[in-house]
Design a protein around this ligand. Structure first.
Ligand SMILES: *Cc1c(COP(=O)(O)O)cnc(C)c1O
Length: 457
């Protein structure tokens, strides 16, 4: 029988990490075991326990670099790449992306605070959200962070705030461009039926309303059409639609000089995924904006984009330890690991697929078995892999799941009162903690027993 070649043998794309399944620094050492960032994964688990999130700094920086290089190459005007922090929000990530000169997109006071703590300059932060609280809006305004107005409720409160402070406020608006793309329904945001942003047909009323305020200055427009997108056409269309919106706004006296196209570039989770490169994505969007500007004799606005997944997903892996096996003859063999839907809710939420291997036999040598990898939570749906081809393995062996840098840690929960894993940063053979492991007693911190329930002993 011909051996299927492992995804670990595929050539690594050094320029566009989103086209790889594994972090760029992934290697198999002389002992046949997996390492990343120059660190033996087995050794890391010995020291830091499992489950364990690991981020590879080299891959993170390569992804940032790819966006910066491509913007410089294809866009003749000013540009600013902005990291969508919901993909993986931490003081470390804020610090890393600000060291790369990126801005940051936040959708809550928590994400804003994390960005500021990580040293992201406030003028490079944008504040999104379809239901910002009064407190959050005030926090953003007080910190000179630009608010992206999502609806009339935002607009009313910003108008009040600017009047009471007697101060001009620059704002951006988010609209839905009416572009369909092929991705999961829950992460599709650009079509007309979306909870986010103003309908494009409403913009003229909105432009008039903003013009009639005393202190609000409309400086930018934003649209985001969805996530994990493999097609280039939607973003090609978006450039022209947005330039037309800028021209329309001009008629109301608004000089818009910021054009923010959102994020959405997909990554390669499995061998059948074939996303465009970062270079191709930026080229498509840049060219469409440039073409539309030239056609209409418009100065190039500052081009902003908001990648999340394609910055951090491929840089991240999760390591689990195998515990129980359950063989159901003729049906399947369940192999259970020490994490699951609490550290990675994507499979149960979006039926997402991943790639994985054994840490001590990454190339799947010798006999093969089909396994179903289950998490340890009390849900039958808590399954990370429905059917995966792995070499013979046993309790105590380690499994590495790839592509978990985005929307894993940031979407994690304490379901079943399971503490969140530690997160490590690896680089040049060194590993450092960027998130401490929670302990079960940490989880009791916010529990309060009413006085009359306290037993007097
Ligand atoms: C989620 C989101 C992004 C990032 O999307 P990715 O698919 O992770 O690149 C960018 N902008 C907005 C407004 C978003 O909601």
């Amino acid at each position: 029988m011909e051996e299927k070649q492992s995804f670990l043998k595929q050539k690594i794309d050094l320029e566009s990490p989103n086209k790889n399944i594994v972090p760029i620094t992934t290697s198999i050492k002389g002992d046949g075991k997996l390492s990343v960032g120059g660190c033996s994964i087995e050794e890391l688990v010995k020291k830091y326990d499992s489950p364990l999130y690991i981020l590879d700094e080299f891959t993170l920086r390569k992804s940032c670099e790819a966006y910066k290089k491509a913007l410089e190459k294809y866009y003749p005007g000013e540009s600013l790449p902005i990291y969508a922090s919901k993909a993986n929000s931490s003081i470390f990530m804020s610090s890393l992306i600000s060291s790369e000169g990126f801005g940051l997109d936040a959708v809550s006071e928590g994400e804003l605070l994390t960005a500021l703590k990580g040293g992201v300059p406030n003028e490079k932060i944008v504040f999104h959200g379809n239901n910002k609280s009064d407190k959050e809006i005030e926090f953003a305004v007080r910190n000179n962070i630009k608010v992206i107005v999502d609806n009339d409720h935002d607009l009313e409160r910003l108008e009040e705030l600017s009047n009471s402070l007697n101060r001009d406020l620059e704002i951006m608006i988010r609209f839905t461009p009416g572009i369909e793309c092929h991705t999961h329904e829950y992460i599709r945001t650009g079509s007309f039926d979306s909870k986010f942003g103003f309908g494009i047909e409403y913009l003229n009323i909105l432009f008039a309303n903003i013009r009639d305020t005393k202190h609000l200055k409309l400086t930018g427009i934003h649209a985001h059409i969805g996530s994990q997108i493999f097609e280039l056409d939607p973003h090609n269309d978006l450039g022209e639609i947005m330039v037309n919106v800028i021209l329309e706004a001009k008629k109301f006296g608004h000089n818009i000089n910021e054009l923010n196209v959102g994020g959405g570039l997909g990554i390669k989770y499995t061998e059948s995924d074939d996303p465009p490169s970062i270079d191709e994505w930026v080229k498509t969007i840049s060219n469409s904006v440039v073409k539309a500007c030239e056609k209409n004799n418009l100065d190039f606005p500052t081009l902003m984009c908001e990648p999340g997944r394609s910055i951090v997903s491929t840089a991240g892996i999760t390591i689990y330890k195998i515990g129980a096996f359950k063989e159901i003859p003729g049906i399947r063999t369940y192999l259970s690991v020490d994490g699951g839907m609490s550290d990675n809710p994507r499979p149960i939420t979006y039926q997402s697929n991943y790639s994985a291997c054994l840490v001590n036999n990454p190339l799947n040598n010798n006999s093969h078995n089909k396994y179903t990898i289950a998490g340890k939570h009390c849900e039958s749906g808590d399954v990370l892999f429905k059917e995966i081809d792995l070499a013979e393995c046993k309790t105590g062996d380690l499994i590495c799941v790839f592509g978990t840098g985005a929307y894993n840690n940031s979407m994690s929960s304490n379901y079943n009162r399971i503490p969140r894993p530690a997160a490590l940063l690896v680089c040049d053979g060194e590993a450092e903690i960027i998130q401490k492991r929670e302990s079960p007693s940490d989880l009791l911190k916010y529990d309060v027993l009413p006085n009359r329930f306290i037993r007097q002993n």
